[in-house]
Design a binder for this molecule. Structure first.
Ligand SMILES: *[C@@H]1O[C@H](CO)[C@@H](O)[C@H](O)[C@H]1NC(C)=O
Ligand SMILES: *[C@@H]1O[C@H](CO)[C@@H](O)[C@H](O)[C@H]1NC(C)=O
Ligand SMILES: *[C@@H]1O[C@H](CO)[C@@H](O)[C@H](O)[C@H]1NC(C)=O
Ligand SMILES: *[C@@H]1O[C@H](CO)[C@@H](O)[C@H](O)[C@H]1NC(C)=O
Ligand SMILES: *[C@@H]1O[C@H](CO)[C@@H](O)[C@H](O)[C@H]1NC(C)=O
Ligand SMILES: *[C@@H]1O[C@H](CO)[C@@H](O)[C@H](O)[C@H]1NC(C)=O
Ligand SMILES: *[C@@H]1O[C@H](CO)[C@@H](O)[C@H](O)[C@H]1NC(C)=O
Length: 494
């Protein structure tokens, strides 16, 4: 979440580090943990949303606060990215049957409509540039301190959340509500992406200025589904149609043959970053094949990258000592990280599990699993007898490989279980030496990451975003920009 703008205070933090005894939530098996932690995670999210969230007094209605923590670090703000990712999880829970979440979803949209109009240090709505502002005060006013801005993933992630709820309204026959309350905001976000995608910005960790794989992947998805959604409303998004293929073209540049180089920037890093695994789950399409071009979770590229990223954390954290290739470990953001001490993150470890649950869904759906030269090292870590081939779901090899992947995925959740306090609270990080929670407490994104990983494990998947129809790559990549127009949204009654 937060990077170089905040001083690294971890060195001061944990007096707790010396305490050997810490009550963890491991009394039950993994299934029991997931059940109890799922309630804790949903409640943890609700506590952090205004106006009535118990942990965030003063936050406006529908405003998602990143964490109640006001110092060391101060996360008492609303980030467009964190809020959109969290709402997507709540919308999926709503679509799966929890009707009581709907008014909160509507309050979020109303709050976003106001936020879109707030002039801020990134710009204003007239030019669209203000939509790239990463964070706001929780009373819906601009944050004017210095920061890593703009961050261009926010509008794309918000567009994906808006489409998810908008599709539900359309299927309930509420086209006029969608046109009034959703399309104006969505159109602004889509136009922003189509206009600005080919300019640099800060990555999701707010540290690197350049081009971020996560941002481009999320933007491609948003334009693809935004275009289809526009059509279903008898509207159009010309910028979506003209720019989406070029975003997909650019996305290919981040692949180096073994792994995703998460930032194209002069940052002196290896490029291995959970950025890429978060991208794979962001662009997961349950109807897609194991497509390398869109880096689907079951694609050879995404699996090879999963191994590279996971292995980069194996030897650097004491909590991972003795865990050899093929066994799950605690995952951080990127191996060179020093923020708050440079620790594993709950949401990163959960993302490593979620990608694999997504992949398991895709193999099951297509009835086969293919190992290529690219994905072979990933599979050989789990089963040294694995060979390149195509295994039908009726084969014994398929059963043993998918069983091994499931065990591996569960292992990452077990790591989270091991370091979750007995009251179920999820902070941002857990200490690399002994797993004690560190940095911001009750991080909204940690809870959202838990819920989505638990849903995928249980077989719940989000709607398709049309990945199968959005994978043709132009023969030559070109930069570009579509002229955007922006209008002041106002959300009326639902
Ligand atoms: C907060 O709670 C009050 C009292 O239950 C309710 O009237 C109000 O609508 C709630 N506000 C939000 C934003 O949910
Ligand atoms: C549904 O959401 C409400 C909050 O609106 C929550 O209290 C409840 O536990 C959720 N139900 C399930 C089954 O998750
Ligand atoms: C909104 O919050 C900011 C930051 O806490 C504060 O400076 C500002 O005065 C608040 N605005 C209003 C209208 O309360
Ligand atoms: C891709 O990048 C990773 C991480 O920096 C590196 O370890 C690997 O050797 C690279 N692979 C190729 C084929 O260049
Ligand atoms: C794998 O085999 C299945 C039939 O078992 C077939 O439908 C699928 O196209 C094959 N996939 C590859 C990548 O060869
Ligand atoms: C839950 O436990 C953690 C770790 O012991 C602690 O920091 C946190 O304040 C507790 N939360 C609540 C709501 O008691
Ligand atoms: C713009 O797109 C071109 C073509 O894909 C690419 O080479 C270039 O790096 C991009 N620049 C930015 C800042 O996105």
């Amino acid at each position: 979440m937060v990077g170089s703008n905040i001083l690294t205070l971890a060195l001061l933090a944990p007096a707790a580090l010396s305490s050997a005894v810490h009550p963890y939530r491991r009394q039950s098996g993994l299934d029991g943990f997931i059940q109890s932690e799922s309630s804790a995670a949903l409640q943890g999210i609700l506590n952090n949303i205004g106006a009535n969230g118990s942990a965030v007094p003063g936050a406006a209605a529908g405003v998602v606060v990143a964490s109640p923590s006001k110092s060391n670090p101060d996360y008492f703000y609303t980030w467009t990215r964190d809020a959109a990712l969290t709402l997507k999880v709540l919308i999926d829970q709503f679509l799966a049957g929890n009707n009581s979440l709907e008014s909160l979803i509507q309050q979020y949209i109303t709050a976003q409509a106001k936020l879109q109009t707030i002039s801020n240090p990134s710009g204003d709505l007239a030019s669209g540039a203000g939509l790239g502002e990463p964070k706001f005060n929780t009373n819906i006013s601009a944050f004017t301190g210095s920061w890593g801005r703009p961050q261009r993933d926010g509008p794309a992630l918000r567009a994906t959340a808006l489409v998810a709820y908008g599709k539900h309204l359309l299927s309930s026959g509420k086209q006029s509500v969608v046109k009034a309350n959703i399309w104006p905001l969505l159109q602004n976000d889509l136009n922003y992406v189509a206009q600005y995608w080919n300019q640099t910005g800060f990555d999701l960790w707010e540290e690197v200025q350049g081009s971020s794989f996560f941002t481009i992947a999320a933007q491609h998805r948003a334009l693809a589904e935004g275009s289809a959604f526009a059509q279903s409303l008898s509207q159009s998004c010309e910028g979506c149609d003209s720019q989406a293929p070029q975003l997909l073209c650019f996305l290919q540049d981040f692949w180096n043959g073994t792994a995703v180089i998460s930032n194209l920037a002069d940052d002196g890093r290896s490029g291995l970053d959970v950025n890429s695994i978060l991208s794979s789950i962001q662009i997961f399409d349950p109807s897609a094949s194991c497509d390398d071009i869109t880096f689907q979770p079951c694609s050879a590229r995404a699996l090879s990258n999963h191994k590279a990223v996971v292995d980069s954390f194996r030897s650097i954290y004491a909590v991972n000592n003795g865990k050899e290739a093929g066994s799950a470990v605690a995952i951080g953001r990127y191996p060179e990280d020093t923020y708050q001490g440079g620790n594993p993150w709950y949401l990163a470890t959960l993302a490593a599990a979620e990608q694999l649950y997504d992949a398991l869904h895709q193999w099951k759906k297509q009835g086969s699993l293919t190992i290529t030269q690219t994905s072979l090292p990933f599979f050989q870590d789990l089963d040294s007898t694995a060979r390149v081939g195509n295994y039908s779901s009726s084969s014994a090899t398929y059963a043993s490989l998918t069983g091994a992947v499931k065990t591996y995925a569960d292992g990452f959740v077990s790591v989270v279980q091991q370091y979750t306090p007995s009251n179920g609270s999820l902070a941002e990080q857990f200490a690399r030496d002994n797993g004690i929670p560190v940095s911001a407490g009750d991080l909204t994104w940690s809870y959202a990451a838990f819920l989505s990983a638990a849903d995928r494990r249980a077989g719940g998947v989000p709607a398709s975003w049309g990945a199968s129809g959005a994978k043709s790559v132009p023969s030559q990549c070109q930069g570009g920009s579509a002229t955007g127009s922006y209008s002041t949204p106002s959300v009326g009654s639902w």
